[in-house]
Write a new protein. Structure first.
Length: 213
């Protein structure tokens, strides 16, 4: 696994933010995770059904606990208490929730959002279904272009996620993607949002801290 490059400077963050807006996303920047979490929570309707994508960023921000405290109904497939059928129901429920929160694996300076999934519930809900989508992204995920986005996934995001799951995969051992054929492979579907999907209210929140994978 390669080390992350230093966090981007203000000029690069501003460039990426403007590119996201040109691509029809609602986009904000907050210097801290605390400010970003407060933004998510500020207008949350009581009893809202909130889907949580498979995202360490959301956990780094403490959002599951904060959302429960605000009375949200969480659809969280990282809940260890759920059985197989319940997990499937939660993933399907995320497609029709009021608010879907997640992150992406990379955001390019051209305002493109790149995600890679094993099952596809995150990529599906990001594109279509929920009434509102909010993607929270640490600025360490800003890359120059799609080539660098895929490189980041291969060398950083995928190995780190596989290691966190204690999976017996080549990337867990080598620290980089080997394009394996393992049954437990977690890189199976790639989504690129070049522009905001036509019928989806999508907000991207860039955060000036290294969060997630």
């Amino acid at each position: 696994m390669v080390n992350e490059i230093p966090l981007p400077d203000e000029k690069r963050i501003a460039k990426t933010l403007q590119a996201l807006k040109r691509n029809e996303f609602v986009a904000f920047y907050f210097p801290t995770g605390k400010e970003a979490a407060a933004f998510v929570l500020q207008d949350l309707p009581k009893g809202a059904r909130v889907g949580l994508g498979g995202s360490k960023t959301l956990r780094d921000l403490g959002l599951p606990q904060a959302l429960r405290a605000r009375g949200a109904i969480l659809l969280d497939h990282w809940d260890d208490s759920l059985g197989p059928q319940e997990l499937l129901d939660v993933r399907k429920g995320q497609l029709l929730c009021d608010i879907f929160l997640s992150s992406v694996n990379a955001v390019t300076e051209k305002g493109e959002l790149v995600s890679r999934d094993g099952i596809g519930n995150r990529t599906s809900a990001t594109t279509f279904g929920p009434s509102k989508v909010i993607l929270l992204v640490g600025v360490q995920k800003i890359v120059a272009d799609l080539h660098e986005a895929f490189r980041r996934i291969r060398l950083v995001a995928a190995p780190m996620r596989a290691k966190s799951l204690n999976l017996d995969l080549p990337c867990t051992k080598a620290g980089e993607c080997a394009d394996c054929s393992s049954p437990g492979r977690i890189c199976r579907a790639t989504l690129i949002l070049h522009k905001r999907p036509m019928l989806t209210d999508t907000t991207v929140v860039l955060i000036g801290e290294p969060l997630g994978y």
